[in-house]
Unconditional design. Sequence first.
Length: 199
Amino acid sequence: MPRALSPAQVEDFRDRLCAAAGRLFAEHGPEAVTMRQLAAELGVSPMTPYRYFKDKDDILAAVRASGFRRFADGLEQAFHGAPDGVGKAEAVGRAYVRFALEHPDAYKLMFDLSQPNEADYPDLVAASSRARAMMVGQAQAMIDAGQVEGEAEMVAHMLWAALHGGLVLQMAGKLPPEVDPSALRRGIFQALVRGLARP
């Protein structure tokens, strides 16, 4: 019979399992990783992970939720530490880029795939919703300051799509050497703001 573990021990093992899973999922793709491989990575029996997670989808959801929580933390800190309007959008954009470049494995798992049953994981839904709220919030701040016009959700997704697209090209090594990624991001942002500016 397995020995009883303290809540701290359970949390520690879950964190270690998620860290190992995040590396393997990002490297090989979730579909190529087995529960047996995850157990071997931590040096435990093949059945041990099932004491902490229902299945591999459960682990993937936990890994992605953790990434979204850290991502949302950074965006919220940037948003609340910046002035109104464009200043908030610029700060959120910098925090977004910093997270993606410092945590490429987490970013890939968060945005390069989706789980068909995401709604079954409330922690994942809540964490990703926090990040989305910050993207919409920075768009709303620009609208409220009279710097752009439009519907906040649409403006946010325009900015988000442009930022994500540029980052994917950069992280995949698809930008030519003469294109500076930071200059590209600034140029796209400025062009969008000019295009959305109130007459």
